[in-house]
Design a protein around this ligand. Structure first.
Ligand SMILES: C[S@@+](CC[C@H](N)C(=O)[O-])C[C@H]1O[C@@H](n2cnc3c(N)ncnc32)[C@H](O)[C@@H]1O
Length: 513
C-alpha cells in the first residue's frame, strides 16, 4: 500500500543543510570537575526555525498547527474516558496544562486511554522486520539504547509525515519547538557554565548531526514505497524536534511480561495525559491496567489527593536533578532537592582541598595499602572504578566520597581495621572515626566547594543582575541553571559549616601537662 504523506514542513523540518557547528573552548573548568576540559560543542541552533520563540519564562511555543483539533473530544471519540472536570488551560510558566474545573475527590479516575491510543513503536517492541515499518525498525536499531527517545521519535516523525495518521489530532497539538539545550546557541550552551551538562548536550548534538548523515545515506537507497517519511528528507533539526518531543512527554511503562517475571519497559506517548505538568508534590498519578491475557493495556490518570477547583493536575516526572530536567524537558526547578554537582574523585585535587582546609600532608595521592583496599571497595580505585562523585541532592555528600575522605584523613590507620563501610558512607550525626577526623573531612569538603565555586566564571549576584536585563528564553534558562548549580554548592557549604560548628563544640581540649 502506498501511504499518503504530509509534508514535513516548517518547524524543525528545515531543508537547509547549513548545520553550523559551534566550536567553543571550555576554559573555565579544570579537569577535576569536568569530564571534558575543552569540549567541542555542536549546536543545532541554526536549524531552529525563525518562528520559534520557546523559553521557560512565559512565552510559549505554538503548536504544530495554529488551531489543532480538540484533544479531549478526540480521546473520547476513540473510546477513551475523560472526566468532565478535566480541562486544558494555559499555565503562567509551564505552557499548556490540565486543570480541574470542579473539586475532585481522591481516587477519582480522570483519564483512561485504551490500548490503541498511546503512540508506541510496536514493531520495534516485537523486533519485527515486517512491512512498512521495516526501514524504520532498521533505523531505530542504529540509535544507542540511552537515546531511546530518538527511537520512538522516528515513529513520531513517520506519523507526523503521514496524511491520515490516526495520531494526527494528537501530533498537531504538540509544541512546535522545545526549550531543550540542543537548540541553544553556542553562546547559551557556554552560558550553562557546567561541563558535565555541556558534555551531554554536545553528545546529543553530535549524535543528531551524525545520525542525520546516516539516515540520509540509508534512505537514498530505498524505494519510494519503502521510504518511512514518504520520500522526504530528514534533517538533524527534525530529528532533534522528535527526540525532544519524546524525551519531554513520553512515559516508560510496563510492557510485556518477560519469561523471568520482569516487565520490559516500553516508551509511549500518552495523548492528553502528557498535558500534565510536573511537581514533586503531585496530585495525580498514572496507573496501568493490563487485561487478563496480558495483551491489551489501559493507562489511567487517577487523583492521588483531593483536588480543588481550578487546581492544575500535576504528575511527578521523577526525582531528577536539573541536568536531566533541562536536557530532557527544557526547564529548571528552583531549589530542586535532587539537584547536585558532579565531581571527579581526584587525589591531587583532594590533597589541595585538604591543605586549604588546614590538614598537614594529606595523602590522597598516595594512600596506604589498607586505604587503597577500601578505596577499591568504594569503587574509587582499581580497574573498574567509577570516579564520578557528587555533592548536593538528598545525600548532601556522596557517600563514597565521604567514606574516602574519612579513610584517607584517618591519622591512626588502626582505627580502620574494623571499619564498617555503611557508617563510613553516612552523614549521620555520628563521627565514625572520631571528631578530629570528622572535622578534617568536613573542612575538606567545604574547601572543595570553594574550589568548585571558583570555577564558575560568574557569581550568583552577577547572574541575577543579568536576569534582570532583557535576555532571550534560552539565555535565561542557562543562567537559571547555573544559579541553581552554585546554590547547590552554597547549600552544601552551609550544611557542613553547621556540622563543623557542632563538632568543634564537642571536640575535647587536650589537658595540658
Ligand atoms: C509532558 S509536557 C506537559 C505539557 C506542556 N506544558 C505543554 O504545553 O504541552 C512537559 C513540558 O511541560 C513543561 N513543564 C512541565 N512541568 C513544568 C514545570 N514544573 N516547570 C516548567 N515547565 C514545566 C515543560 O516545557 C516540559 O517539557
Amino acid at each position: 500500500m502506498l501511504r499518503e504523506e504530509r509534508k514535513l514542513g516548517r518547524n524543525g523540518f528545515i531543508t537547509s543543510s547549513h548545520t553550523e557547528m559551534a566550536v567553543n573552548r571550555w576554559e573555565t573548568c579544570s579537569s577535576w570537575t569536568m569530564a571534558a576540559s575543552k569540549a567541542i560543542m555542536a549546536s543545532l541552533t541554526h536549524l531552529r526555525p525563525l518562528t520559534c520563540a520557546a523559553s521557560a519564562s512565559g512565552s510559549y511555543p505554538s503548536r504544530i498547527v495554529p488551531q489543532p483539533p480538540d484533544l479531549i473530544k478526540w480521546v473520547r471519540k476513540e473510546g477513551g474516558f475523560v472526566h468532565r472536570a478535566v480541562t486544558i488551560a494555559q499555565d503562567d510558566t509551564k505552557g499548556l496544562g490540565l486543570v480541574a474545573s470542579e473539586e475532585i475527590p481522591r481516587g477519582t479516575d480522570l483519564i483512561a486511554l485504551p490500548d490503541h491510543i498511546p503512540l508506541r513503536f510496536r514493531s520495534l517492541e516485537l523486533d519485527g522486520e515486517n512491512g512498512l515499518d521495516s526501514a524504520l525498525v532498521n533505523l531505530a536499531h542504529r540509535v544507542p539504547e540511552e537515546l531511546w527517545a530518538m527511537r520512538l521519535g522516528l515513529k513520531l516523525l513517520q506519523e507526523r509525515a503521514e496524511i491520515g495518521s490516526f495520531w494526527w489530532p494528537y501530533i498537531s497539538n504538540l509544541p512546535e519547538t522545545y526549550s531543550v539545550p540542543i537548540f541553544f546557541s553556542g553562546e547559551d550552551i557556554k552560558n550553562l557554565q557546567y561541563a558535565p551538562l555541556l558534555h551531554q548536550v554536545n553528545k546529543r548534538c553530535r549524535f543528531l548531526l551524525d545520525f542525520e548523515k546516516e539516515v540520509k545515506h540509508f534512505l537514498e537507497n530505498l524505494k519510494q514505497d519503502d521510504h518511512p517519511f514518504g520520500g522526504q528528507e530528514v534533517h538533524a533539526s527534525s530529528l532533534g524536534w522528535a527526540m525532544s518531543a519524546v524525551s519531554s512527554r513520553a512515559f516508560r511503562l510496563y510492557g510485556k511480561k518477560l519469561p523471568d517475571g520482569n516487565h520490559k519497559n516500553i516508551a509511549m506517548m500518552l495523548p492528553l495525559i502528557d498535558m500534565c505538568n510536573h511537581s514533586f508534590t503531585p496530585n495525580v498519578q498514572i496507573v496501568q491496567e493490563q487485561d487478563a491475557d496480558n495483551v491489551k493495556m489501559q493507562v489511567k490518570v487517577v487523583a492521588e489527593t483531593e483536588i480543588k477547583q481550578d487546581d492544575p493536575f500535576l504528575l511527578n516526572y521523577g526525582c531528577l536533578n536539573n541536568d536531566l530536567f533541562l536536557l530532557d524537558y527544557g526547564f529548571v526547578i528552583p531549589s530542586n532537592p535532587y539537584d547536585c554537582i558532579e565531581l571527579k574523585y581526584d587525589g591531587a585535587l583532594l590533597d589541595a582541598a585538604s591543605k586549604a582546609a588546614g590538614v598537614d600532608s594529606p595523602n590522597f595521592s598516595a594512600p596506604t595499602p589498607l586505604q587503597q583496599q577500601i578505596l577499591s571497595q568504594l569503587n574509587l580505585a582499581g580497574e573498574a572504578s567509577d570516579l564520578k562523585v557528587s555533592l548536593g541532592g538528598r545525600e548532601i555528600v556522596d557517600g563514597r566520597l565521604l567514606a574516602a575522605l574519612r579513610v584517607i584523613l584517618a591519622s591512626n590507620t588502626e582505627t580502620l581495621q574494623n571499619y564498617d563501610l555503611n557508617s563510613l558512607k553516612s552523614l549521620s550525626p555520628e563521627a565514625p572515626l572520631g571528631v578530629a577526623n570528622e572535622l578534617a573531612a568536613s573542612r575538606t569538603i567545604i574547601a572543595l566547594c570553594v574550589i568548585a565555586l571558583g570555577h564558575f566564571p560568574t557569581k550568583i549576584m552577577e547572574d541575577e543582575s543579568l536576569l534582570n536585563q532583557r535576555a532571550s528564553g534560552s539565555t535565561e534558562l542557562a543562567i537559571q541553571f547555573r544559579i541553581q548549580k552554585k546554590s547547590v554548592i552554597i547549600d552544601v557549604m552551609r550544611h557542613l559549616t553547621r556540622r563543623v560548628k557542632l563538632l568543634s563544640s564537642k571536640e575535647t581540649v587536650p589537658a595540658e601537662g
